[in-house]
Write a protein that binds this ligand. Sequence first.
Ligand code: MTE
Length: 317
Amino acid sequence: MSRFRFPEIPGSQITPESVWQSRRQWLRQAGLLAASAGAAALLPARAALASSEWGVRNPAFSVDADLTPEKSVTTYNNFYEFGTGKTDPSTRSGKFRIQPWQVAVEGEVLNPGVFDLDDLKRLAAMEERVYRLRCVEAWSMVIPWNGFPLEALIRKVQPTGNARYVEFVTDVQPDAMPGLATRIIDWPYVEALRLDEAMHPLTLLAFGVYGKALPVANGAPLRLVVPWKYGFKSGKSIVKIRFVEKQPVTSWVKIAPEEYGFYANVNPEVAHPRWSQATERQIGQGVFAPRVPTLMFNGYADQVASLYAGLDLRRNY
Ligand code: MTE
């Protein structure tokens, strides 16, 4: 088994704990932390509406921050099938084929089947939602995604009473994905959610970004976006969705379970063994932009904390 780990974060990018502790203390005293925690879902949308094919922006899903510039969103990526460099997904993905594309839905469902992309797109009206994406590497972006809740597909296929988890298997095209040669991951890249997490209205099946079809670097032609979890839970270029009874062994849990948990809920209180998760670097804001405090569940605590009532989030990281 490969022992690859997410790269070390350079010390220069990490705020010393004493600094973020005192900054948090100050923010708490100023009442700002609490205000910003609830702000994610409440603030009105800022930018113009997207074109109708990709849906209009839903003001109920916005973020109190500027959008990350589109160029950063599409050229600073993690998609290890194309290489581990941030620009590899945009520069080394020219041969990747996204047509025709099918997604097999199987396992514990009453209506299994193979959906082509147009079948999937017809399942629900597309809308634009601005979500924060927080990577486990302690950087973040604020991104307008185009898609609809995964719940629409789940209701169509009807899970049986045995379905407790949903597994997402992503594509493998050896001739078009130069990163596969390194065997960092036991390909294909696999991620999974608990059924209730998958059904949560925030869990988005995304087909577009910035009002256009997803570029390959961002997971064309369809990917998941689970905004309260570290980015690695959001599988790109999905080809299979499997409903199962037992918790699947997902790619990063298989590689380093002590570093990357199954839940991977964004949690500033639980440090990664090799770096703090208390603050984040905002991609696209310039090198001098200050790091900002990371919020519990990435700012979505009001909507998702109840999913984890009674679960020890230090052990189930
Ligand atoms: N999906 C696949 N198939 N392969 C990957 O390497 N990387 C994950 C996730 N989905 C990854 C993936 C990680 S680590 C992150 S942070 C997000 O995609 C990044 O999404 P973005 O590059 O669109 O911002």
